[in-house]
Write a new protein. Structure first.
Length: 527
């Protein structure tokens, strides 16, 4: 069977000398699917880099409207091909076509692309600053080279390397993208790349503005992120793979933005458990089981204080974990890592309340798993109990009192999100204040009385957080225009003649809508 072609150097072409090949595997049956995809050698990576550099030199001379038009057209073409895209994503990931892929993830994907189009047109994301007295002006602009985007397998559309949030942010900031697909979803990535390339062509962007490789040799990843021709990298995936890439990028002085591992602690205060134990138990289980637990915002740690209300809650949530059928995991590696993490937690002293085993039957399934450990045991070996169990699994930490609970919080690693459930009245106010002070510095996004699994695509959203959730706590992977700044360089013009300035920094506002900081005042007026 012929290998699927690559999107390389501005055209679809067969691989010349692949290092090997692979197939996606059906999560339902564990058997390989028909299509065969190439594993690229580093020569193809370097060809993509050289073509990306040429595209990065052409893009600044084009009207920004062309990039905005690309995003609008790409979104519309995705919608027109929704049936095919949803069907292949379902086949490769096991995620339900409805509502997950068709009604949630696909609209989120097109919504992000349209938000990117608006940011490109409106221009305020550039953060133009004008000091008229000193004759100094500055703004954010492209990095000056291609950006590599490594996509995950658990969000086949909204985080896809060739259509997701990192892709949109990098290109909206003016950088060509080299998309490195995920081996779990090669067919989905191919179909999205075909759609993106059509939009590139019709919008009049340089042909190599978007390139795509399905998979690369193990050593090619670090070589790519540290290459002299690469401007920067976005990565979503496991902590081990992310840190390996980060080490290489840091050594070469290349920016890299990582979303890696997150347990998203959930604190359930006594008043909340007295008030609505059944309601919270169901919310917790549904949040953990959403997408078979393959969400980076799944609540993987649950902290509560011993007592009758806690016992009642644990009985209810344990029954939900035990009685509900397990979801389909996206791949063999996901299943093996989940089993290994649960076994590690058990070996270090966690008690299994539900699950803890591979589920019977074909395909990739693991029984819904709930574990329990005393807060004192957790605090004595916090690193051992913070191994991410990526699936429908969560660890309950039982504290004797608020002091011990806050002590456990102080040992937490960084997470994308964290939530505090409290009584609807004022009963938990004192405890909330103490918990919030410890939890706030451990998470990028703090929630009240809600599970952390929903991530709204909003300009105010922070989908980031302290290490190891990400590699840098000051940036977000979701939320346009803030997410664009990861792929932009601050450019200063000191005494440059007015006619030589970029449109965003000239005296006249380029579109009448752009916000600029002029002599200390944010304004849309002309200078």
């Amino acid at each position: 069977m012929a290998l699927q072609p690559l999107l390389l150097e501005g055209r679809w072409q067969p691989p010349r000398h692949p290092a090997g090949s692979f197939r996606a595997v059906s999560p339902f049956t564990g058997t390989p699917l028909d299509e065969e995809y190439p594993i690229s050698i580093f020569d193809e990576v370097e060809r993509a880099l050289r073509a990306g550099v040429l595209a990065s030199e052409e893009l600044p001379s084009l009207a920004v409207e062309k990039t905005a038009d690309f995003f609008d057209l790409f979104a519309r073409l995705i919608e027109e091909r929704a049936d095919a895209i949803v069907q292949i994503a379902h086949r490769e990931t096991g995620l339900p076509e409805e509502p997950r892929l068709r009604n949630v993830e696909l609209p989120r994907t097109t919504g992000q692309l349209r938000m990117a189009a608006e940011a490109v047109r409106e221009r305020s994301w550039c953060r133009a600053v004008i000091d008229s007295r000193a004759g100094i002006r500055s703004m954010y602009g492209p990095l000056g080279g291609p950006v590599a985007v490594f996509g995950p397998g658990n969000f086949p559309l909204a985080f896809n390397a060739v259509a997701g949030g990192d892709f949109a942010a990098a290109l909206a900031a003016g950088n060509p993208v080299i998309a490195k697909g995920h081996p779990l979803i090669p067919g989905t990535t191919r179909l999205l790349a075909e759609t993106a390339f059509e939009a590139v062509t019709r919008a009049g962007l340089p042909p190599a503005t978007v390139q795509m490789l399905y998979h690369v040799e193990r050593d090619s990843g670090p070589s790519l992120v540290s290459h002299s021709l690469l401007a920067g990298t976005a990565f979503t995936g496991s902590r081990s793979a992310g840190l390996r890439l980060k080490e290489a990028a840091d050594r070469a002085g290349k920016p890299i933005y990582l979303e890696m591992s997150s347990l998203n602690p959930l604190v359930l205060l006594p008043g909340a458990l007295e008030e609505r134990p059944g309601e919270i138990a169901r919310e917790l289980f549904e949040s953990c089981a959403l997408g078979a637990g393959q969400f980076c915002t799944k609540p993987g740690l649950v902290l509560l204080i011993r007592g009758r209300a806690a016992d009642d809650f644990l009985a209810k949530v344990t029954e939900l974990f035990r009685s509900s059928p397990p979801g389909v995991l996206s791949g063999r590696t996901v299943l093996d890592r989940l089993a290994s993490s649960v076994e590690s937690l058990r070996r270090h002293g966690a008690e299994i309340l539900a699950g803890g085993r591979v589920a019977a039957g074909e395909g990739f399934r693991y029984a819904n798993t709930l574990l329990r450990v005393a807060a004192a045991t957790f605090s004595n070996a916090p690193q051992a109990f913070q191994a991410e169990a990526f699936g429908t699994a969560s660890l309950v930490i039982l504290a004797e009192d608020i002091e011990e609970l806050c002590g456990a919080l102080s040992h937490l690693e960084g997470s994308l999100a964290g939530s505090i459930y409290s009584q609807r009245g004022n009963f938990d106010e004192a405890a909330y204040s103490r918990v919030e002070a410890r939890l706030r510095v451990k998470v990028g996004r703090l929630l009240n009385d809600r599970m952390p699994t929903g991530v709204a695509v909003s300009p105010a959203m922070n989908h980031g957080g302290p290490y190891p959730a990400t590699g840098h706590p000051g940036f977000t992977a979701v939320g346009i225009p803030a997410s664009l700044l990861r792929f932009a360089a601050l450019r200063c013009y000191d005494g440059v003649r007015p006619h030589r300035l970029p449109p965003e920094l000239k005296d006249r506002n380029p579109n009448g809508r752009m916000w600029r900081l002029i002599d200390g005042e944010w304004t849309r007026r002309d200078l």
